[in-house]
Ligand binder design. Structure first.
Ligand SMILES: C[S@@+](CC[C@H](N)C(=O)[O-])C[C@H]1O[C@@H](n2cnc3c(N)ncnc32)[C@H](O)[C@@H]1O
Length: 220
C-alpha cells in the first residue's frame, strides 16, 4: 500500500514551512521587538510550543534556565535545532505537537505560544495541556493574531477559515480565532494584553495580541 500524505498526528507543510522561514526572517526587523517584549523578564524553565524555526530563541533573557521547545514540522524543526545552538540560553528542541504534550505535569515556570494557537487543530486542548505542564501560578505568554472586532473584517475572516482556503494556504492557520477568550476559558487569568498590527492593518492576520496570563494557584 502507498502511504499518501503525513501519518495521523504528523505535521508536514513543506512549502509553507520554507516560505514561513523566509518570511519570519524578513519580518524580524518589525517583529523582533515584539518577540523581545513577549519574553522579557522570564525566569526558570520555559516550554515553547510550535517553535517554528526557533526565531524566538535569540530573544530569551539570560535569566531563563532552560527552554524546552517543541516543533512537529520536520523542516522547521531542523531550523530550530540550528537556532538553538546559537541561543543565549540552553534550548532543547523536540518533535511534538501541542496535544498531547509529551511532558510531565507541573514542571514549567512559563509557557510561550507565539503565532501557534491560530494553527493547532484544538486550541482548547492545547491550552489545557499548557495548564497541566505549568506550575500553579506560572505564566503563559502569548503573541497571536486573532479575529477582528470589526464586523465586516470578522465576517471575511470567518469565511476564509470555514471555506478551508486560509488553512490550506497558510499551513493550517486560522485567521478568525478569538484566542484570548480561549485562554480565559481554559482557566488562565489574563493579566495584560495589547493589540497591534503587523504590516497593513487590512491584512486578514491582523490584529495581533501580545499578552500575559497566569495559571491559577493550586485550587484555582
Ligand atoms: C506560524 S508558525 C509560528 C512559529 C513560531 N512560533 C513563531 O513565532 O514564528 C506555526 C507553527 O505551529 C506549528 N504547528 C502546527 N501544528 C501544530 C500542532 N498540532 N502542535 C504544535 N505546533 C504545531 C507549525 O509547524 C509552525 O511551526
Amino acid at each position: 500500500m502507498i502511504a499518501l500524505g503525513p501519518a495521523p498526528g504528523e505535521v508536514r507543510h513543506p512549502v509553507f514551512a520554507r516560505s514561513f522561514d523566509r518570511l519570519s526572517q524578513l519580518m524580524e526587523r518589525e517583529v523582533g521587538g515584539c518577540r523581545e517584549e513577549l519574553l522579557a523578564g522570564l525566569r526558570g524553565r520555559v516550554v515553547e510550543i510550535g517553535a517554528g524555526n526557533g526565531i524566538n530563541f535569540q530573544h530569551y533573557p539570560d535569566t531563563v534556565e532552560e527552554v524546552v521547545a517543541l516543533e512537529p514540522e520536520p523542516y522547521l524543526r531542523g531550523k530550530a535545532e540550528y537556532a538553538a545552538r546559537g541561543a543565549p540560553v540552553k534550548v532543547s528542541v523536540h518533535d511534538g505537537v501541542a496535544t498531547p504534550l509529551p511532558l510531565n505535569d507541573g514542571r514549567f515556570d512559563a509557557a510561550i505560544a507565539s503565532l501557534v494557537l491560530c494553527t493547532v487543530p484544538d486550541p482548547a486542548g492545547a491550552l489545557a495541556e499548557l495548564r497541566r505542564v505549568l506550575k500553579p501560578g506560572a505564566e503563559l505568554r502569548f503573541m497571536e493574531h486573532v479575529r477582528s472586532q470589526r464586523p465586516r473584517k470578522a465576517r471575511l475572516q470567518d469565511r476564509l477559515d470555514r471555506s478551508g482556503i486560509w488553512p490550506l494556504v497558510a499551513g493550517g492557520c486560522h485567521c478568525a480565532r478569538s484566542t484570548v477568550c480561549a485562554i480565559e476559558a481554559a482557566g488562565f487569568l489574563v493579566e495584560r494584553v495589547r493589540s497591534f498590527d503587523l504590516g497593513p492593518s487590512w491584512l486578514v492576520t491582523n490584529p495581533h495580541l501580545l499578552g500575559r496570563a497566569r495559571s491559577p494557584d493550586r485550587g484555582g
